[in-house]
Design a protein around this ligand. Structure first.
Ligand code: AHR
Length: 324
């Protein structure tokens, strides 16, 4: 646990820790110099999530942080339980990636009362009380949706007829599903020919994407484009499109978000047409922020991840060196 007995700076650090909400775990943690972090992960729903978990676990090891990890299996009640257990265990810092945006105030207040700082990673909460967490590290999901929409606007410039889009949303109520939808809808306004004819959640999973796409294909004979909120859903959609005797990437174009290895492979093979990157490699930045927060340093309220986009040609060039 975090050492509060660094002799020369002891008094000053103790004051700072108390002032910033500190660890609140002085009695339990004395005698060791390891930070203990409780990390409540969303689940293992996608390739992105697996890469994110690996990044957090590896970075914790590198940074000498004692990581207590839990997988909420995409259920908010499991995440709340995990956070309460971290509070009971008097960890030094709690980090979590909220399954959905709403309903966190009570448990976050409990952490605040226990003087355990909270860092949001990957996904945001919609709480109006910004004192309930120290910082939020992750992507700008609205921007990601806009990038996907901007590509489609450009790609369908020459279209003479209506372009029928089906949208496979992420987990209902989650920040990436809400924000990507918003950004995409905003961007496609630039071409009134672009129309979303159906929109449903695939829960960010491959099986969900496949199921939703099967239903879309059954009910809509003229689908031109799939906008999937993540690669896994897009990969599921590919299976459904092929099973229906159509060619993904040609008969039906596909744009997705993430850029994980499987997605990038499908992009290189021409089955996906464009991918907007969402980086899961948040571990190093998370550990840095945690150390700063615990040391009482000021951290930015928001740390936005740097990301790019990939065409089929660009995917071919980087595929071999893609780390996840
Ligand atoms: O919150 C990030 C999103 O969650 C990723 O785009 C998706 O793959 C994951 O499940």
């Amino acid at each position: 646990m975090f050492k509060k007995s660094l002799i020369a700076v002891a008094a000053a650090s103790m004051l700072t820790l108390t002032a910033c909400g500190g660890t609140g775990s002085a009695a339990g943690n004395a005698g060791t110099d390891k930070i203990t972090m409780g990390f409540a992960q969303v689940g293992a729903e996608s390739g992105w999530r697996t890469a994110n978990t690996k990044s957090v676990q590896e970075s914790a090891k590198k940074a000498g942080v004692d990581l207590k990890f839990s997988d909420a299996q995409q259920k908010q009640e499991n995440q709340i339980k995990a956070i309460r257990s971290y509070i009971q265990q008097k960890v030094d810092v709690i980090a979590f990636s909220p399954v959905v945006e709403s309903g966190w105030d009570t448990v976050l207040k409990e952490a605040k009362t226990a003087k355990i700082p909270v860092i949001l990673t990957d996904r945001a909460v919609d709480s109006s009380d910004k004192t309930l967490y120290k910082t939020f590290l992750g992507s700008d999901f609205v921007e990601e949706g806009k990038k996907a929409g901007a590509w489609l606007v450009e790609d369908s410039k020459a279209a003479s007829d209506t372009v029928n889009i089906v949208e496979i949303q992420g987990t209902t109520g989650s920040a990436p599903a809400n924000d990507r939808k918003e950004g995409f809808e905003e961007a496609i306004k630039a071409n009134p020919k672009l129309k979303i004819i159906a929109s449903q959640s695939g829960d960010f999973t491959r099986s969900g994407g496949k199921q939703v796409m099967e239903a879309f294909l059954k009910n809509n004979p003229d689908i031109d484009v799939v906008f999937a909120h993540n690669d896994d859903e897009g990969l599921g959609a590919i299976e459904a499109i092929e099973a229906a005797g159509k060619v993904p990437g040609k008969d039906i174009k596909i744009v997705t978000i993430d850029a994980v290895k499987d997605g990038m492979t499908a992009l290189s093979n021409g089955k996906i047409n464009y991918i907007v990157e969402c980086s899961p490699m948040l571990g190093d930045q998370l550990m840095d922020l945690a150390k700063k927060v615990i040391a009482g340093e000021t951290v930015p309220e928001r740390v936005v991840t740097e990301e790019t986009t990939f065409t089929q040609e660009q995917a071919k060039q980087v595929l071999a060196s893609r780390p996840y």
